[in-house]
Ligand binder design. Structure first.
Ligand code: NDP
Length: 524
């Protein structure tokens, strides 16, 4: 078996890991017997209902971001494995008897059973997610796992409601003819789904739930940093009764697994969540044969606090808007616009909140802020903090790495910022918020809030309902939260304006990503 280097392997990491003997056991005492067994069993890829090794036999290391130690090895799939996975998905789609001709109610029951099983294995999934991604286990339990189950349960109901319309035709050139015309909604086909590492289980659920409900077949590629819960979810899907080939899972790297999947001629549609930069590569890869695409990309979301906001609710709300999931959240409220009457109080309050946060390994139940997912992500985030300081900003709290083991970054509030600074313009994807002041709720504030290539989410904090609704109408973003933030629900569509993406996840809107409309016209 050959182990290949991951994108963030550096000499420094390798040396450090060697010194630690890489036994991967540190801090893992709280893991259940099931999770220990799962991580100690060689991980495989899922092709046509079978768990197999990649053709090359190569694997890559999966790290615990709280310690930098290796906890598992995953298969490094390449073009050949992707091809086998796509062919299996194609067969399962084209053979009508397997999946598409299943009664919609039965398909819905399988999707719903996946939700039931996620709840059955909730604790195991929460532990795995926390171990692999670094997020606090309390968050994994309360948010990631429960929302994933909810998504499958919510979507399952649509299996019996994928309805078309009857049409009243007025064809001018066939006088006297009568028609029976109607539309049908049919699955789009074989779908390649490529997901990131920030909510590994939930992003898999967002993608799989609607695609399965619509009758598509799938090749899923999880992020190289966090393949474990996707593999466990694959086992759960098979236990729920998915026919072979309907779901295939290939683990590996972006260039060698993701790119061949995005460009594969047997794939009808690609659904991608991740960086805007890679989103653009996916567009290029899919353009060869004009695959359908949905993209959920980056954000730099404005969070606006007015003078009349209820600060007892606003300060923890705005802090959580950025520090939740260590800021590794595409919707994070990362640009704070604070009206000048409450600016000092809000900055002081958020900085105090940040300083009081309990930073530690995700598996510690008292942890509030876990590590960044990887060394490269930690270096990226601390690099942004340095760049902000170099351009004249300062830190009201935090301002650098936390400790010298694992990939921790201090929750950081940057003040004295200018709209042109890199830290204000670019997605940092870490626990770093940039704060700025405004005088009046006017066109200039709206211009500044919308001054971004992104348009994913936004927040407004005020007790004046008219101001809230007027402002909500002027922010160019897919979601506006008022007096709350990071509220996600299976029923509420989520996605971006501008370079934050194409299409929507969740709600009834997501079904459009996975369905074709067909018109049938019958002359009577
Ligand atoms: P990426 O966008 O690179 O990763 C998302 C997924 O795309 C992963 O599964 C990745 O594989 C895959 N991928 C990478 N390159 C290609 C390619 N050429 N073709 C097809 N698939 C590909 O995000 P990163 O993990 O590299 O993070 C980089 C930055 O992106 C972060 O710092 C953050 O700013 C942003 N990001 C934004 C997210 C969002 O939801 N908006 C989510 C995650 C990151 P693999 O990881 O295995 O290489």
């Amino acid at each position: 078996m050959l182990t290949v280097a991951r994108k963030h392997d550096t000499t420094e990491t390798n040396n450090r890991c060697e010194e630690k003997k890489m036994d991967g056991s540190k801090g893992l005492e709280t893991l259940s017997a099931e999770v220990r067994k799962f991580i100690s069993t060689p991980k495989k890829i899922l092709i046509d209902g079978q768990w197999v090794n990649s053709k090359s036999g190569e694997t890559f290391e999966v790290y615990n971001p709280a310690t930098g130690e290796v906890i598992a090895h995953a298969q490094s799939s390449n073009k050949e494995d992707v091809d086998l996975a796509v062919k299996a998905a194609r067969r399962a789609f084209d053979d009508h008897s397997v999946w598409r001709k299943m009664l919609p109610s039965e398909r819905g029951r399988i999707v719903s059973r996946i939700g039931d099983l996620i709840l059955k294995y909730a604790d195991e999934l929460a532990q795995l997610e926390s171990l692999d991604n670094g997020k606090p286990i309390s968050v994994a339990r309360a948010a990631d796992v429960v929302l994933s189950a909810d998504l499958f349960h919510y979507m399952s109901g649509f299996a019996t409601k994928l309805e078309g319309q009857t049409l009243a035709l007025s064809v001018p050139f066939t006088p006297g003819a009568e028609y029976h015309a109607y539309t049908k909604r049919e699955p789009i086909g074989v779908v390649g789904q490529i997901i990131p590492w920030n909510f590994p289980l939930l992003m898999a659920a967002w993608k799989l739930g609607p695609a399965l409900t619509c009758g598509c077949t799938i090749v899923l590629k999880p992020a190289e940093e966090t393949p474990l819960t996707a593999i466990r979810l694959g086992e759960i899907c098979m236990e729920a009764g998915l026919p072979n080939g309907v779901l295939n899972i290939v683990t590996g790297f972006g260039e060698t697994t993701g790119a061949p999947l995005a460009g594969h001629p047997g794939v009808d549609k690609v659904a991608f969540t991740g960086s805007t930069e890679v989103g653009k590569l996916i567009v290029k890869a899919a353009s060869n044969d004009l695959k359908k695409l949905s993209l959920e990309l980056g954000g730099k979301s404005p969070n606006i606090i007015l003078n009349d906001a209820d600060l007892e609710r606003t300060i923890p709300g705005a802090a959580s808007a950025i520090f939740f999931n260590g800021g590794q959240c595409c919707a994070a409220g990362s640009r704070l616009y604070i009206q000048e009457g409450v600016y000092d109080e809000v900055i002081e309050g958020i900085a105090k909140y940040a300083k009081a946060m309990k930073i530690g390994p995700g598996l510690d139940p008292t942890t509030e802020l876990g590590p960044m997912v990887s060394q490269i992500q930690m270096e990226k985030v601390t690099g942004y903090i340095t760049s902000g300081k170099d351009e004249g900003a300062s830190a009201a709290s935090g301002g650098g790495r936390h400790g010298n083991e694992g990939y921790f970054v201090q929750p950081t509030v940057m003040v004295n910022t200018k709209d042109t600074m890199k830290v204000v313009q670019e997605e940092i994807f870490g626990p770093v918020v940039v704060a700025t002041k405004f005088k009046d709720l006017d066109d200039e504030l709206v211009r500044r809030a919308n001054d971004s290539v992104f348009g994913l989410a936004s927040g407004i904090w005020t007790q004046d309902i008219s101001k809230a609704h007027k402002l909500a109408g002027r922010i160019r973003a897919g979601t506006v939260w008022v007096n709350c933030y990071n509220i996600f629900d299976a029923s509420m569509p989520f996605g971006g304006f501008k370079q934050s993406g194409w299409g929507r996840e969740m709600g009834a809107a997501v079904l459009n990503n996975y369905l074709e409309n067909k018109s049938v016209c019958v002359m009577l």
